[in-house]
Design a protein around this ligand. Structure first.
Ligand code: FAD
Length: 413
């Protein structure tokens, strides 16, 4: 690589949810004398250029971090708290749908454990917060092609021939991260024979701030409450069936939604576009290399049934900001090897455990063997009667278990 390169302290490749939060948080933690480049190959950084029908279930811990970063105020009006959760797994043909498990989704401090936020709004708020940081420079559209780590710096080559140098390079490039590959980091994982379908509906009656997870043999059908009489549907369907359903006209598509949604909230109408995603589980074998770190979906991908992918990404962000800020305060540079090793120890085990848990749940519920079904009913029936276990479930959803980075506790760095 040539000698002349634009110099930054930190370069982040991928300016979506994880990359924007990292840029914004590092800017706040390190101050304006540090320089951070956020690059993205997307043609436009505006939300309008990135159509996304999804709404994300954000944990109470993610909300705390977004408050500290100054992002939450911009999404608060549209963030729908989830105060109770209902789980059911009756078949589609069942006339009556007995509820397997319900619980109050409230943390020990009395706050909702989860909030549903439309993705475009969250993206816009993160982007605005990163843009407010004097330390942050956006470089887009630009694609990171590869990089070389040297003892004192890392050099990143862009698609247009430009070169950037930095003390730390973070890849927040999503599941198909090219820099992860350039680093020679292998991933373990597999594709699910399922497709994720997302859409929004309007319903006659109010949802009462309740989220519903309806486990069907082909995958879970989640109803996530939005502000007003609206809900976002995140629906996992067997691949062939998903293809058929996605090709239906609006009337046919709505009829398929209605079959799964049930009649509790009255008449339904479609209230947004439909989108679909192939689903896979993956885990990078390493999260760091010399002057290099992976965050978000570049490091791990989990089944969407528990709505935790983005929450895990925010955990990575909070942990990386903390180890880098601590290193800088001790006089080390942001790409310090020991700081990165601490980040990897902190995050890899936690995300591997989550990926395995969600994978196990998907397999358990995707089976329609009668024996398994009764065992499952027994299992969840027991949980329904055990307040301590329910509290554990709520703690997990709230993201308040395990060793929390300071930002996820709502503390400034
Ligand atoms: C159907 C579905 C529902 C979901 N629901 C939830 C939920 O309820 N709650 C939750 O927590 N999570 C949920 N998730 C998961 C969540 O959406 C992801 O975990 C999250 O989007 C990951 O964000 P990211 O920033 O890591 O990656 P991405 O959002 O994938 O962003 C990657 C960015 O990197 C850029 N990029 C890639 N390569 C390069 C390159 N070489 N150079 C420059 N730029 C590059 C891309 O343009 C993009 O902007 C869901 C996922 C799916 C599929």
């Amino acid at each position: 690589m040539g000698p002349a390169a634009d110099r930054f302290d930190v370069v982040v490749s991928g300016a979506s949810f994880a990359g924007l939060a990292l840029g914004c948080g590092l800017g706040q933690a390190l101050g304006p004398q540090f320089t951070i480049a956020l690059i993205d190959r997307g043609a436009g950084l505006e939300a309008a250029a990135r159509p996304d029908a999804r709404a994300s279930a954000l944990s109470a811990a993610s909300k705390r971090m977004l408050e500290v970063l100054g992002v939450w105020a911009s999404v608060a009006d549209e963030a729908q708290p989830v105060t109770s959760i209902e789980i059911t797994d009756s078949s589609l043909e069942a006339g009556v749908r007995p509820v397997l498990l319900t619980y109050d989704n409230i943390t020990g401090e009395g706050d909702p454990a989860t909030f549903i936020v439309p993705n475009p709004l969250l993206y816009e708020a993160l982007h605005a917060a990163a843009a407010r940081e004097p330390a942050v420079t956006f470089i887009a559209p630009a694609e990171a092609l590869d990089f070389a780590s040297e003892e004192t710096e890392v050099r990143v080559r862009l698609g247009d021939g430009r070169e950037l140098s930095a003390l730390l390079l973070a890849a927040a490039e999503g599941r198909h991260s090219g820099l992860r590959e350039a680093a020679g980091i292998r991933v373990v994982g597999w594709s699910y024979p399922q497709t994720g379908i997302v859409t929004s509906v309007r319903h006659e009656r109010g949802h009462g701030a309740r989220a519903v997870q309806h486990f069907l043999p082909s995958g879970p059908f989640a109803i996530l409450p939005l502000k007003g009489n609206r809900s976002c549907i995140t629906w996992t369907e067997e691949r062939g069936e998903a293809k058929r359903i996605l090709a239906l006209d609006d009337r046919g598509f709505l009829a398929e939604v209605e079959r799964r949604f049930g009649g509790k909230l009255g008449a339904l109408a479609l209230d947004g576009p439909r989108q679909s995603w192939p689903l896979e589980m993956h885990l990078a074998r390493r999260y760091v290399g010399p002057r290099f770190a992976l965050i978000g979906d570049a490091a791990h991908g989990v089944h969407p049934l528990a709505g935790q992918g983005l929450n895990l990404a925010f955990r990575d962000v909070a942990a990386l900001i903390e180890v880098v800020a601590d290193a800088v305060r001790l006089g080390f540079d942001p790409g310090d090897a020991q700081a990165l090793a601490r980040y990897e120890r902190w995050r890899r085990f936690d995300s591997a455990l989550s990926a395995a848990t969600f994978d196990g749940l998907n397999r358990l519920f995707a089976s329609d063997l009668t024996l398994l079904r009764s065992a499952r009913e027994l299992g969840l029936g027991l949980v329904d009667r055990m307040p301590a276990l329910k509290r554990f479930f709520v703690g997990e959803a709230a993201g308040l278990t395990g060793e929390l980075p300071r930002l996820l506790k709502g503390e400034a760095i």
